[in-house]
Design a protein around this ligand. Structure first.
Ligand SMILES: Nc1ncnc2c1ncn2[C@@H]1O[C@H](COP(=O)(O)OP(=O)(O)O)[C@@H](O)[C@H]1O
Ligand SMILES: [Mg+2]
Length: 344
């Protein structure tokens, strides 16, 4: 974060550490104003833009915000069903949440999703897919913002500063593009209180200081609640019931209460939960041996190689599984599959 004063850095650099705080770093940009005016003037139908052949054409050269763009729900469904393994609940809820929200011309509040589950179960993977379906450049889009707690909010003594910076950053970006997407990764490592700074933006206000946040999307990712999800999955397994029979109602209430009461969830006693500002708690189930194998196959295909079942088995068998006795779930989900595959 030490390079916040380097004005040569672009906004896209924020995920690499620091670029996102430029608004507060004294660049003379008024609060609530889009900082990159050129971006704002390229919006569809903006009369201030220089004469261009057509808005559609201009959007081929500069990324457009396309606030009113409909979501291609069937494309998203297909992509999730094809690429996301073993997460029937996450697939279902994400589809429902996004289609409902994007089809609503007048949402009363921004969409807030809280994704929970063990490491390597697909939370970041899904947020990338979601981001790409909303803004085609995905995480590289100027309208998609990824915050990583340990990178952007590392010091406990700076909570107040982070709160101010976060408010300024979100306000500036939502002014520039109402359908901005904000992803907060590693919520469980976020100091309690930081996230409450954005509470007013997530609430049912028409506007806050002249800015409407109602078309924005916030996604919170955390490992918190992973233990509760695993316990439920294990109960089903031990009772001989199918994983796919686990329903949202088996998990959602446990999750919201568990996360609220967990000091290390980033949402500990958070006003966001208290005031029901989180629209969906989305559970990611722990991945089994068969899912790990699916990840290995997917990775092989992505690398353009033929799927070799011997290698698939070998990579999957190198992973460690829990609980100790039954060894059902992969400790790291599919996380280390890519690097392990390099050795085969
Ligand atoms: N459920 C899943 N289906 C398909 N691939 C997955 C799944 N979970 C993890 N992966 C693979 O493992 C990688 C790491 O997972 P990631 O999404 O970063 O996990 P986390 O839940 O910790 O955010 C992903 O980039 C993806 O390639
Ligand atoms: Mg992650």
């Amino acid at each position: 974060m030490g390079d916040a004063h380097d004005s040569s850095r672009g906004r896209d650099d924020k995920a690499k550490g620091g670029g996102w705080k430029r608004e507060e770093a004294g660049e003379g940009v008024a609060r609530g104003q889009p900082r990159d005016a050129s971006r704002a003037t390229h919006k569809d139908g903006d009369t201030d833009s220089p004469p261009l052949p057509s808005a559609a054409l201009s959007c081929r050269f500069a990324e457009c915000c396309r606030e009113e763009q409909r979501l291609n729900a069937s494309a998203l469904k297909l992509e999730l069903e094809e690429k996301l393994f073993g997460q029937h609940l996450a697939t279902e809820v994400i589809l429902k949440a996004l289609t409902g929200f994007k089809n609503n011309k007048n949402p009363k509040k921004p969409l807030t999703l809280s994704l929970h589950g063990w490491a390597g179960t697909g939370k970041n993977f899904v947020s990338q897919i979601v981001a790409e379906n909303l803004h085609s450049k995905g995480l590289k889009s100027n309208f998609v913002h990824l915050f990583v707690s340990t990178l952007h909010f590392p010091h406990e003594q700076h909570i107040k500063l982070y709160q101010d910076q976060l408010q300024g950053w979100i306000r500036g970006n939502v002014s520039a593009c109402a359908s901005s997407v904000f992803i907060f990764d590693e919520m469980d490592k976020l100091h309690p209180g930081v996230i409450d700074a954005i509470k007013p933006f997530l609430d049912y206000y028409e506007q806050v200081d002249g800015v409407s946040y109602r078309k924005a999307i916030f996604m919170f990712l955390s490992n918190a609640g992973g233990d509760l999800i695993t316990k439920t999955a294990l109960d089903f397994w031990r009772a001989g019931r199918k994983r796919e029979d686990i329903q949202l109602k088996d998990l959602e209430p446990v999750l919201s209460v568990g996360v609220f009461n967990n000091k290390h969830s980033g949402l500990w006693r958070s006003g966001l939960i208290d005031r029901n500002l989180i629209d969906y708690f989305i559970p990611f189930l722990p991945l089994e041996y068969r899912h790990v194998k699916m990840c290995v196959r997917a990775e092989m295909r992505a690398r353009g190689s033929a799927v070799d079942e011997d290698i698939v088995t070998r990579v999957a068998e190198e992973m460690t599984f829990f609980p100790k006795g039954e060894k059902i779930y992969s400790d790291k989900g599919c996380k280390t599959v890519q690097s392990r595959l390099d050795f085969h």
